[in-house]
Design a protein around this ligand. Structure first.
Ligand code: 3PG
Length: 208
């Protein structure tokens, strides 16, 4: 089982209050999406990962928005089980590898894809998916570069996720629409569970 094959939709989550972390994780599990990418964009993020790792063992929790070389170790120390970066440098990839955790480095060009394939990566994040060319772009690079598989994120919505998932080199998509800021602010965990359930039940991964 690889990171791209656990669920068809990886919830990308921004947590401003660490107290929201566990209820969000439980709601995602209830909705049938037992994976969460917690972005390191807020002061609460590491504590949120820690609480989820300790209190919701049924979810696979990862750290997203890895942009500096200190973060992989910090994320791992707080219980992260995988890492995701929006782009990467050689130093950032080395730091992610040193953590020992599975990780998805971000790419948005064919040359970046080829560079990472040379290093042995076959699973990549495609970011920012919509501005960088969308599902049509991924479909276009499948034929020349069939070894690369992607989790596109950035601008994915319930309306366009099917187009991405239909591309043979897309394993799953990621997105923040499952945990809208206003829904989280009013702590409507039932709504988060419903958004997850809708995504899970409508995200079709063609058999390959
Ligand atoms: C990410 O880090 O993957 C993106 O910020 C998620 O993009 P979205 O908010 O457009 O879903």
């Amino acid at each position: 089982m690889t990171l791209l094959d656990i669920v068809p939709v990886i919830p990308v989550v921004v947590v401003r209050d660490a107290a929201h972390a566990v209820p969000i994780a439980k709601a995602l599990v209830e909705g049938g999406l037992p994976v969460i990418e917690l972005t390191l964009r807020t002061p609460a993020a590491l504590e949120a990962i820690k609480r989820i790792a300790e209190e919701v063992p049924e979810i696979t929790v990862g750290a997203g928005t890895i942009v500096d070389t200190a973060q992989p170790k910090q994320a791992a120390a707080n219980g992260a089980q995988f890492l995701v970066s929006p782009g990467s440098t050689p130093a950032l990839r080395a730091a992610m590898r040193d953590s020992g955790l599975p990780h998805l480095p971000g790419v948005s060009t064919v040359s970046e894809v080829l560079t990472l394939l040379e290093e042995g990566y076959t699973e990549l994040k495609f970011f920012p998916a919509e501005p960088a060319g969308g599902a049509a772009y991924l479909r276009a690079i499948h034929s020349p570069v069939p070894a690369a598989r992607f989790c596109p994120t950035g601008g994915i919505t319930p309306a366009n996720m099917g187009d991405y998932l239909a591309s043979p080199n897309v394993g799953c998509v990621g997105g923040s629409w499952l945990t809208p800021a206003d829904v989280v602010a009013r702590q409507d965990w039932a709504a988060v569970a419903q958004l997850a359930e809708t995504a899970r039940s409508t995200a079709v991964r063609p058999a390959r």
